[in-house]
Design a protein around this ligand. Structure first.
Ligand SMILES: [Zn+2]
Length: 353
């Protein structure tokens, strides 16, 4: 084809360029292209209901190939269960959505750029960052590792009024004496290794416990040589159980000869900056934002900026998500907000002494 182009006169070439431009615009605004993208990225194609690979083509609807499972009769198409199931977006809009994610634009700005409502923009963002879970699950920490906790307040953003636990005046704090970390604080366990692999997991409410460390960190650590953490005793007991070579240092100490927490501290500063861009992230969606943060950090040193939207697409487009427009504001976190705020609902007795 290139040889043929060489023989064209400038005027003829111009015609070809214009024609190509038309085709490109047409493709970009077509809705079917996402089917092709998904098809190209997908490694194995199986029934979304029963997982059988015994599937057959089952006609077309609006240019979309339909399939049917020979085992359970489930009818589906290329997009079923992917983030683009039931999408009304054309390919240009989908590409733009990925660009907005890479640039971490606010929902308002993303909505404007993609040309959709803010709710659609939020649903799309949440669908896509939910798809990063699978990629993040595979991450392990190896070699020299720093562990620490990150605390933030419960955020009920996006919770309907009727579902909001009533927050009245808190009771006086009973002297738990745990450095001011109340039960209404969310604890994120975190780790970073010498190769900059990151772990950020919503672990529970209140001060870090050895159970939280066990549940979120232990099976993520593989072949560690040294683990540096702060002086909390919760790390000590877990280290003993798992034969970690644990060095405990004062968390703000940068010069300890045993090691320091400089990398994890700077990770936390970056995380604070990231979360502040969205003017606070709802606790029920926090884990997905943490996954997004670590994924984008990883992208920043492994993929050229210009290629990042494409790489984001490759990592999410075939992944399964159950998020829909109608359930996007549900609570996906490990917390029951009513329980979390239980003692905040305490009503003081009417009589006073
Ligand atoms: Zn099936």
């Amino acid at each position: 084809m290139i040889d043929k182009l060489e023989s064209l006169l400038p005027k003829e070439l111009e015609k070809v360029i214009n024609k190509l431009q038309d085709i490109l615009i047409q493709k970009e605004h077509s809705k079917g292209i996402i089917d092709l993208v998904i098809n190209k990225e997908r490694q194995d194609f199986y029934c979304p209901k029963c997982g059988s690979i015994n599937i057959k083509k089952n006609g077309k609807y609006k240019n979309r190939q339909l399939y049917k499972c020979k085992d359970c009769n489930k009818k589906f198409n290329e997009l079923t269960n992917t983030p683009f199931h039931h999408t009304r977006l054309n390919y240009k809009q989908i590409e733009t959505a990925y660009e907005c994610l890479v640039d971490k634009l606010t929902i308002r700005k993303s909505a404007k750029k993609i040309g959709v409502s803010t709710r659609t923009a939020f649903t799309l963002r949440f669908k896509l960052i939910t798809c990063l879970k699978e990629t993040k699950e595979k991450d392990k920490l190896t070699g020299n590792i720093e562990l620490d906790e990150y605390y933030l307040s419960v955020n009920l953003k996006g919770t309907k009024k009727e579902n909001m636990p009533r927050i009245s005046k808190p009771r006086k704090k009973h002297g738990t004496g745990k450095s001011g970390i109340s039960r209404h604080t969310i604890c994120v366990t975190s780790g970073i290794d010498e190769k900059d692999h990151i772990l950020l997991k919503v672990a529970g409410a209140g001060s870090v416990t050895s159970d939280m460390i066990k549940n979120t960190i232990v099976n993520k650590i593989q072949n560690s040589t040294k683990i540096v953490a702060d002086c909390k005793s919760s790390y000590e007991s877990v280290a003993l159980e798992n034969n970690w070579n644990l060095k405990q240092v004062k968390s703000k100490c940068y010069t300890d000869h045993e090691g320091n927490l400089a990398n994890i501290n700077s990770l936390h500063s970056e995380l604070t900056l990231f979360l502040s861009q969205f003017h606070g992230v709802s606790t029920k969606h926090l884990q997905e934002y943490l996954d997004w943060f670590s994924f984008s950090k990883y992208q920043n040193y492994s993929v050229d900026y210009i290629e990042q939207p494409n790489s984001f697409e490759k990592n999410t487009v075939t992944k399964k998500t159950e998020i829909k427009y109608s359930n996007v504001y549900n609570n996906y976190s490990i917390f029951d907000f009513f329980e979390l705020y239980n003692d905040y609902n305490y009503q003081p007795p009417k009589f006073t002494t």
